[in-house]
Design a binder for this molecule. Sequence first.
Ligand code: LLP
Length: 445
Amino acid sequence: MTHTLIYPNSTRHNERGHLEIGGCDVVELAEKFGTPLFIYDEEAVRDQCRRYLEAFSSRTDDFEVIYASKAFSAVAMLQIVDQEGLSLDVSAGGEYHTALVAGFPRERIFFHGNNKTRGELEYALENGVGFVVADSFMELDLLEELCAARGLRQKILLRITPGVHAETHSYIQTGQEDSKFGFGLVEGIALEAIRRAHTSEYLELVGLHAHIGSQIFSMEGFQRAIEVLVGLIKDAHDQIGWSCRYLNAGGGLGIRYTEEDSPATVDEYAEVKVRGLEEAMTRVGLPVPRVLVEPGRSLVGKAGVTAYRVGTIKEVPGIRTFVAVDGGMSDNIRPMLYEAKYEAMLANKADEPEDTLVTVAGKHCESGDILIRDIEIAKPEAGDVLVMPSTGAYAYAMASNYNGNPRPAVVLVKEGQAQLIVERETYGDLVARQRPLEGGQAGDR
Ligand code: LLP
């Protein structure tokens, strides 16, 4: 079995030579639920939640692991995360709504966003959100106005841009000074924001937050971000008399998409966050705040795979063989947006030698709709089921209806049982909110 690094641990080849995940034959799942199909191994998600909790609880009593639901926000997934005892990060009103539908305890929800609208904030406040992570002076003003009108005192954190460069794709770096997110440190802006929030009648400033980026393998950036935040906490203590009770150090731990990737482990990540914070706080002589982390990708990424059906196979003599599948950029935009690399295999030919070099193309009307360039798989034929691993984060979450493709179904597998948690969209869904031209059909004219 060569695939354990990038597939869920329950993955195996069964007696029929098919790929099996969570005790379910992937070829059967593709037949039963159709393709493209997202398949999540429930135990893999739960294991990863527990791995995080254990990594932190073995180092400190005062911590919270917050699932960044933007990675994959679905009611059933949020319920799993809640059962495992994690908290939740939502980044828009719709994610908050999904959390409410899932029955997620509101007091453990953190509401993020660099431009939360008045409507989103009203929705969150009226539905008892635990924490708002405020991003700008304008948002502080708006929050105060909304809280004052409702007689509320809202717990908030401030998002700080620590001026730290994370080694990852530039589109998913967020900690640098030149960023649309948060309060920067130059010219005392962050300190001013702390002063402003701390003196507010309607806001209770409980802590600071920083997220430097995503798909990060090296721990250095996290360490530096903590040091910068602790410097700010010290200044705020000395100059304003404010004490920081929560330090939310963001998410960002990378995962393996290909066997060559080598991200840090959850343990190494926890070590930096917990010890790094303790050491830095000890140096400035202040009590250690509760440490919060906010992983998305590393909780659900490896637990999910996508199954596609192979259609057209086109050989360009002497150049390459395109194997087109029945999805692509509308269910996984990551290869096109971030040049993300993935691997793949044929689920119905799991025991066959992987000796055919192909390029896996999507079905959308764009030359750039290529999921994987140059990969060796078993000899492909139309009707094969091609599986791409490590698609559990930011694939379904960023799906679109481009070219009129309905969004795929999502199933949860466990001990040989498959549960549909998101239905496949229908053609009817595509036009359900559309209205015909007033004054009759175009054909009438
Ligand atoms: N907290 C905040 C405030 C965030 O902005 C994010 C991710 C996270 C936590 C979770 O980060 P993670 O642990 O998943 O790295 N669509 C991109 C990733 C964008 C991440 C945005 N923020 C991708 O597909 O790579």
